[in-house]
Design a protein around this ligand. Structure first.
Ligand code: GLN
Length: 455
């Protein structure tokens, strides 16, 4: 894998997916330079890792899938990227994503939609759809994405790969372009649990440049367990509603049988505030986004859209032409819920609900449950255009993933089977900073579940 040219060729072969925003020529040149500089003793020596376009890199532009940052080159790189390079990895270009990570299908990218690697009529999920599609296509073993409400797990599930969202504070957010700062975490895609876990372990750990990053050592990689004897795995009943896609249900039931056969004790549990997670998320995330995105004004970053007579019209033309419709919708919603007259009705209540959702998880974990198992998404990958005109339908595809972000918990998805040829993901949700237990259970399940067979 250390051959820069071979890596570039493999990525060029999957150009039709529109997963990579970096032009082939720049990629080839940079990979050659990086390979010459990579540390041969690093634990990821020669491993190509593609990076979502909302994570700052020195090698490539960082556009966040937006026109407002078209051609923007960051003067510094994200800590996660610096750690990858220090471990010998090669940054294999920037991946297409929903604009500012807002979306669930990668159709909200200003640079065109990403194609699902197995079915060109379908979406790869989002917002980190480019990273998921590249790993799903087999072109690279791992990639970075970002998670505010499921943007690693949902596309990983759609594309049949492993996706991990770490505990809030496990990985530095320095250099991750802010969307909802209290929810955002860099996450990892891998071809296998091991590939994802070892990349996560490299990027994790303290960073003096991010005060929300915990002062902890990097994650220690667990070994593959002999069995799951001693593990108590909860099945939250709210995640298996009657309207769940029958194929998703079948795949989950089969995975639960495998967990049991491996020795885990299975227990039905309840997380009673689950129904409020999506509305809570879609108040808090836009509120934070409206504040975070105020900085794109045509003065400090990216291109300036011309024709402005004064400062106010400069802002207006830059933001009006630079932001796409979903980003504008979120800024409007966020500004509305934070406005003086509505703060108590929306933002404050959403914060209160967030506390209750987090308490639900604590209650279950306090009663001896180690991990939760759920479907990652309510359906397999949907068709392009299917939800584009209906924002609420799009938001509902995050129904099983936003809870872990609201509660700050680690969660991951791994492929557990296929339905009519489309991958289905199973989700494990763990306790804060106990990624190692979650990864152990994933290793055990991965070993036995027929991930590419019909469920
Ligand atoms: N799909 C969700 C949203 O649109 C989550 C996005 C994310 O995790 N970045 O906000």
């Amino acid at each position: 894998m250390s051959d820069a040219k071979a890596i570039a060729d493999r990525l060029t072969k999957v150009r039709r997916l529109n997963a990579l925003l970096t032009p082939s020529k720049d990629l080839r040149k940079s990979l050659t330079a990086q390979a010459a500089a990579a540390r041969p003793t690093g634990v990821l020596y020669g491993m190509p890792v593609a990076v979502k376009d909302n994570i700052c890199t020195l090698e490539f532009t960082t556009s966040c899938g937006s026109r407002i940052l078209e051609g923007y080159r960051s003067p510094y790189e994200a800590t996660a990227v610096a750690k990858l390079k220090a471990a010998g990895a090669l940054i294999a270009g920037k991946t297409n994503c929903d604009e500012f990570a807002m979306g669930s299908s990668t159709e909200h990218s200003a640079y065109g939609r990403v194609i699902h690697p197995l079915d060109k009529a379908r979406v790869p999920g989002g917002s980190s759809g480019g990273s998921a599609a590249l790993v799903g296509s087999g072109a690279i073993p791992a990639a970075l994405g970002s998670e505010t409400g499921g943007s690693v797990r949902q596309p990983a599930s759609f594309c049949g790969v492993v996706g991990i969202k770490p505990t809030y504070g496990r990985v530095s957010r320095y250099g991750l372009v802010a969307f909802g700062s209290s929810l955002d975490q860099i996450g990892v895609f891998g071809r296998s649990v091991h590939d994802a876990a070892r990349v996560l372990s490299v990027i994790s750990g303290r960073d003096p440049r991010d005060s929300t990053c915990e002062d902890r050592d990097p994650l220690r990689l667990p070994t593959v367990p002999e069995s799951l004897q001693g593990f108590v795995i909860g099945l939250p009943r709210e995640y298996f509603p009657p309207e769940l896609d029958p194929g998703v249900r079948r795949a989950c039931e089969r995975a639960v049988r495998f967990l049991k056969e491996q020795g885990a004790a299975i227990r039905e549990v309840s997380l009673p505030h689950t129904a409020y997670a999506v509305p809570t998320y879609y108040v808090l995330a836009p509120a934070e986004a409206s504040s975070n995105l105020a900085r794109y004004d045509g003065v400090r970053y990216g291109p300036r859209f011309n024709g402005a007579a004064d400062l106010r019209s400069l802002y207006r033309s830059t933001r009006g032409q630079g932001f796409g419709p979903e980003v504008r919708r979120r800024i409007l919603v966020g500004t509305y819920v934070l406005s003086a007259g509505y703060y108590d009705a929306y933002y404050r209540r959403a914060q209160q609900m967030r506390a209750l959702i987090a308490q639900d998880f604590r209650n279950v974990f306090d009663r001896g449950v180690d991990l939760l198992f759920t479907p990652t998404t309510p359906t397999p990958a949907f068709k392009a255009g299917e939800k584009l005109g209906d924002p609420i339908a799009m938001y509902l595809s995050d129904i099983f993933t936003v809870t872990a972000n609201l509660a700050g918990l680690p969660a991951m998805t791994l492929p557990i089977g296929r339905v009519k040829g489309l991958p289905i993901g199973g989700q494990l949700i763990g306790q804060a900073f106990l990624e190692d237990e979650m990864i152990e259970a994933a290793y055990a399940l991965e070993r036995v579940v027929p991930a590419t067979d019909e469920a």
